[in-house]
Design a protein around this ligand. Structure first.
Ligand code: PBG
Length: 329
């Protein structure tokens, strides 16, 4: 009878909580978190975002408070995104390189009050253009090289404000090398670049576009001529390889949960500091199901983040960051 049973029993190591802790291969810690926040004009203002329950746009003064709380929780980096007032948007998005735009004001204020937290700034034109595209639109097409020139200006202005990590999310070709050279030429040799290297043309960005107010501008348009086709995996490796060759210090895959295979392949192939963005639609999805009582929010939140670690991510951009940090703390 005994011989019919296995000598190897994997359940042995699952038997007790202490034993499961002992053999756990991956861990989620607060050190893994990057918290994206949205900015709005005014003072003492918070504006809720309907499609992202629990997420608000902060005026700069309250963003400083948020950064303080994040630093106290041990979150290493915050990422800044602006809801640009409509009257500051234009076809070519010049507000992107205004030294006094929301991003730069917030960066200066946070650097001054909370120097111990890292600041990541997104580089792309979509929060600033009247058409909601990430680059310059000429005859209905987002042109590459001319856009890159503007992105370089945007990046340098952000570095001048005190940004620590420049994160180009525009998916133009050649922008990492050009931005690196522009930063170096302006004296910012120590400002890092985290490239949104494998960024897909995803429908999961919907709530973000509400948050920065670009959804109405983009209308029925899409970003398929520059963001990647969800059908492709090998191409993601080419994107990452080129960005590394051009000088990226860290690379990112985006979105997160539907693209864990890409995270895994990127990390295994390049062994670079690899990040993943759990995007607005992923956040909204988990919240919506939890609100209906269909999922346990805390559990699915922690499970989804741990899954990124298992896939090979070194860090995660997530709107859950402060909530997770409190739970882990
Ligand atoms: C801007 C940008 C987007 C996101 C981050 N940077 C939107 C887009 O490309 O349309 C999405 C983030 C999210 O959905 O949480 N280029």
């Amino acid at each position: 009878m005994q011989g019919d049973y296995p000598t190897t029993r994997l359940r042995r190591n699952r038997r007790h909580p202490w034993l499961r802790k002992l053999v756990a291969e991956n861990h989620l810690t607060v050190d893994d978190l990057i918290w994206p926040i949205f900015l709005t004009e005014g003072k003492n203002q918070t504006v809720p975002i309907t499609s992202m329950p629990g997420v608000q746009r902060f005026s700069v003064d309250l963003a400083v408070e948020g950064a303080k709380q994040a630093a106290d929780l041990g979150i290493p980096v915050i990422a800044l995104f602006p809801a640009t007032p409509t009257d500051r948007k234009s076809p070519d998005g010049e507000e992107a390189f205004n030294p006094e735009n929301l991003i730069n004001l917030a960066t200066r204020a946070i650097k001054e009050a909370v120097p111990q937290i890292g600041i990541l700034c997104d580089v792309a034109l979509d929060p600033y253009t009247t058409h909601g595209q990430d680059g310059l639109l000429r005859d209905g097409y987002v042109v590459n090289d001319e856009t890159v020139e503007v992105l370089c200006k945007q990046a340098v202005v952000q570095a001048q404000a005190g940004c620590d990590i420049i994160a180009p999310s525009d998916m133009m070709d050649g922008r990492i090398g050009k931005i690196r050279r522009a930063l170096d030429a302006a004296g910012f040799i120590d400002v890092a670049i985290m490239s949104y290297a494998a960024k897909y043309a995803s429908a999961f960005y919907g709530p973000f576009r509400d948050a920065v107010g670009s959804a109405g501008n983009l209308g029925k348009g899409d970003k398929k001529t520059y963001q990647m086709d969800p059908a492709n995996g090998n191409e993601a490796l080419r994107e990452v390889e080129i960005d590394i060759a051009e000088g990226a210090d860290m690379v990112m895959v985006k979105p997160g949960m539907p693209y864990l295979d890409i995270v895994q392949r990127v990390k295994a192939t390049f062994q670079m500091p690899t990040f993943v963005y759990q995007v607005s639609g992923e956040y909204a999805m988990l919240h919506a199901a939890a609100e209906r009582g269909w999922l346990d929010l805390e559990k699915v939140m922690l499970e989804s983040l741990l899954a990124f670690k298992r896939a090979g991510a070194d860090g995660i951009l997530t709107y859950f960051a402060p909530r997770v940090a409190k739970l882990l703390g």
